[in-house]
Design a protein around this ligand. Structure first.
Ligand code: ATP
Ligand code: MG
Length: 437
């Protein structure tokens, strides 16, 4: 088979044999979000490029190297979202969602696009679950979003996810810190990569985030932001830590975390798993009190996180966490004649209109391959209909596990009879699971 083309580099297909795992994880995320009082927001896959330049920041790796930007036929510059925060903030401002009152809590599950070196845990199209809180300046909000992220790892049964925490201060205290960094990096100017050299004047903190080995080696010995934060930021940071202590969520303070996007203030954090190799950060987030103002809105303290779905699923797989495949089929009906096939089709629709699943042949197979198929889809019960059964208006339903057969009416009373059999079979299976005789 020679296909005319293949998938774009850095993208992945999520196939039927795996999609249930994604659905399971998404369902956990949705339900945890609901427990924490968050509602979903869906925003377009593309935004005006200006949005990301301004919010993510034009000295970041994302804006400088990774965005999928193109000019539309109308001449606008448009970018596929590299992350979820900026679009959510824009939508909240543009639609006046803040009029609903604060705190406003939203979540998203979305695809993101970054032109990055394709490797394990790093794709060009990937997926994020994110939570955003607007209008909550208190450190309780920081602790709440961290607890919400943590609760998802707990619900998924993931072990050994480390929480690393830092504060990068507010614009006031950061000015001093940036100056200290500028002096430090200027002394190492000759060794910095060209991108970092260009960041030296405008935003030396970004150099701390550079992935080049030489720059990161220099960055490792740079001044630490925690030595520069003002009393108000220190108090906020202490508040976050004491809330996490109270909630029993463990963390370590890592003074080197600065996050890769410009909009962060005060709290920044990452959840890191050792199960997924070099790309171990499964979740990153923090506070961005200046973001809404940067986008032209009123000053609105905001915060949140983005969680990488691919890395999360990789960590689950590496830890051998099993996700149950969806149940097979409740009833498979074979029709032996044209007339019986019509009856099978009719009964299948009837079963489906109730809450159970049913299948009949849509391929045109004979009896034997149909039975093979019924086994493949793990049909719990099977019914073979011939003209005799139609004439008698009843037929045998076979329990595929026990081999027992029971006669059921085909007309009125069919659903009741089949439901009864189904309930008995589920109950005896459950009893077996719990060790009853
Ligand atoms: P990294 O340092 O690994 O590049 P980042 O700081 O760029 O991460 P964020 O922008 O904070 O990542 O995105 C939040 C999360 O989204 C990350 O922690 C990660 O789990 C996931 N993520 C980011 N980029 C990718 C990617 N290219 N492929 C897969 N997942 C990604
Ligand atoms: Mg990155």
């Amino acid at each position: 088979m020679e296909l005319i083309t293949q998938k774009v580099k850095g993208t992945e297909d999520i196939l039927p044999a795996d999609s249930y795992k994604w659905q399971f994880v998404e369902e956990v995320m949705r339900s945890q979000a609901a427990f924490y009082g968050f509602r979903e927001i869906r925003t377009p896959v593309m935004e005006h490029t200006e949005l990301f330049n301004r919010s993510v920041g034009d000295t970041t790796d994302i804006v400088q190297k990774e965005m999928y930007t193109f000019t539309t036929k109308g001449g606008d510059s448009v970018t596929l979202r590299p992350e979820g925060t900026a679009g959510a903030a824009r939508a909240v401002l543009e639609n006046g969602v803040y009029n609903e009152g604060y705190p406003l809590k939203v979540y998203y599950i979305t695809s993101c696009y970054r032109y990055e070196k394709n490797q394990k845990g790093r794709q060009r199209e990937f997926h994020q679950f994110g939570m955003e809180v607007y209008g909550a300046p208190s450190f309780y909000a920081d602790a709440e979003v961290i607890c919400a992220a943590h609760s998802i790892f707990e619900r998924l049964g993931l072990q050994g996810i480390r929480l690393e925490l830092n504060s990068i201060g507010c614009p006031d205290c950061r000015a001093q810190y940036q100056q200290a960094l500028r002096e430090y990096f200027t002394a190492h100017k000759d060794a910095l990569c060209p991108t970092c050299l260009s960041r030296l004047e405008r935003n030396p903190m970004r150099i701390l985030d550079c992935k080049s080995p030489i720059c990161s080696d220099i960055a490792a010995r740079a001044p630490r932001v925690l030595d520069y934060i003002c009393p108000a930021c220190q108090e906020h940071f202490d508040g976050v830590k004491s809330c996490l202590d109270a909630a029993g969520v463990e963390y370590t303070v890592n003074p080197t975390i600065v996050r890769g996007l410009d909009y962060y203030t005060r709290t920044v954090f990452e959840f890191i798993s050792d199960s997924v190799g070099a790309q171990g950060t499964v979740c990153g987030g923090g506070r961005y009190d200046g973001l809404m103002e940067e986008l032209g809105g009123s000053p609105t303290p905001s915060l949140g996180f983005g969680m990488g779905m691919e890395r999360l699923l990789m960590a689950m797989e590496a830890q051998g966490i099993e996700i149950d495949a969806p149940d097979g089929c409740d009833l498979y009906i074979v029709g032996l004649s044209d007339q019986a096939r019509v009856k099978a089709f009719q009964l299948v629709q009837e079963v489906r209109r109730s809450s159970l699943t049913a299948e009949c042949d849509i391929v045109g197979r004979k009896l034997k391959p149909q039975m093979k198929y019924a086994n493949k889809i793990k049909a719990r019960f099977c019914m073979v209909l011939g003209d005799d059964d139609l004439a008698a208006d009843k037929a045998q339903v076979k329990n595929m596990v026990t081999g027992d057969s029971v006669t059921v009416p085909l007309g009125e009373g069919f659903l009741d009879a089949f439901f009864g059999l189904h309930v008995d079979s589920v109950m005896s299976e459950t009893a077996k699971q719990f060790g009853e005789p």
